[in-house]
Structures are given as structure tokens and as C-alpha cells.
Design a protein around this ligand. Sequence first.
Ligand SMILES: [Zn+2]
Length: 237
Amino acid sequence: MELWRELGVALAVSLWAPYSGNWLSGLILGGLLFALVLLRLQQSRRIFIRSVAKGRRPDLEKAWEATWRRMLQQAGLTPDHCQLVVYNGVESKKHQDFRGLCCGYGRNQAILVSSQTLQGPYALGVLAHEIAHAKGQHVLKNQALLAGAYLFGVTMLFALGSHWDNFEVLAVAVPYFLGMESLRSQLQKHFEFVADRYSEDRYPGQLRRALNQYTDPGERWFDSHPSNQRRIRRLAQ
Ligand SMILES: [Zn+2]
């Protein structure tokens, strides 16, 4: 889906830039996209928590309070930085980052986990993986790259648009935005390996066994996660 978004931005910019023909319009449009990405990041924790509000499990959150506090402490965080949100249900198929999700930024983060995961045998390993994302501010870094790439790219493409026609701008815009997605995907995959390692060091074997349970979704160049096979191989090293 993100690929289509980038292609859409590339197309819109190449249609528009030659008519507007100045970098200032690009700066304004790029600034708008920059602000939109940051606004979405700022809202993400609230949106994700709201999406599971109906099946929220405060009883499990309470039962895990002490463990959660201890795990955060080990990572140099506190429950004020990062809230544990447990929702009722089976493991989400939507998020490939199986069974857990880290959202938000700074002191405004939350980790969402399903009751099934939390009551299963790999709970600590999965939670530790997500805590590593929170500790490393991985969501913020990824979104900052996206926002920065919009601001810089759109400004530059509009500047080029004063000399070039639509097709020439498109010929630069498409590789620029797809290249940025590829870079973002590499960064996300790197963060997955970092989080996997953090979990493995504290709860050896848990994540590997959890990954082994699921069918491997494989891996494409623009995916956010490495294949299960690659993650398991890295964990075994
Ligand atoms: Zn992850």
C-alpha cells in the first residue's frame, strides 16, 4: 500500500511541478506532507488504542503491571514512557510483527498485545522485542525519514519543474520515492533484527520458537519485516 502512496505522490508532483515551476511551491507542498506525517505519528498511539478499546483487558494489564514495570526498568524506561495495552483476541493477522505492536514516539508510546500472546508461552520474548522498539524510538526514526524525504524531495522536484517537462520530472520522481521506500524498508528490517537480538539476550529461544510457529510470509524488498526464516537464522547466530 505504501508503494502506491509513493507512486501517487510521484505522479502528482510530476503533473503539477512544471506548471507551478518554482521551488517555493514545492517547499509549501513538501512542508504540508511533512506536517501530515508528523501529525499521523502524533496521533498514532491514540488511534491504535482506540481501535482495540472495545476488547480491552484491564484485568490482564493489572496482572502484568509489576512484570511490565520491571521489564521497562531494564530498558531504562518507565510506564510513563510506554503503556501496556492488552486486547482480547487472537493474534492479529494485520500486523506482521506478530502478536505485538509498538506505536507512538518519545514519552508517548504504547505497546499493544493480544490476550492470547500474553497468556501464551512466548509472552516475555514478544514483549521484550516490542520494548526494544520503544527504547530505540524506532517508529519515530522511520517516520522522520519519511517526513524529511517528502520535504526535501518535493522541494527539489518543483525546482526542477521550472526547467523540465512532466515526463522528465516523473523520470526522477519515481526512482526517488521508490528509493526512499526501499531505504525505509531496510531501516525497518534493521530495527527488527535489533529488537530480536534484545529479546534473545534476555529470553533466549522464546522468539525463535514463536517465529517457528507461524507460516513464513516471505520477504519483498519494500516489506517492513525480514522473513521469519531470516530472523530465525540471525537469532541463532
Ligand atoms: Zn518488531
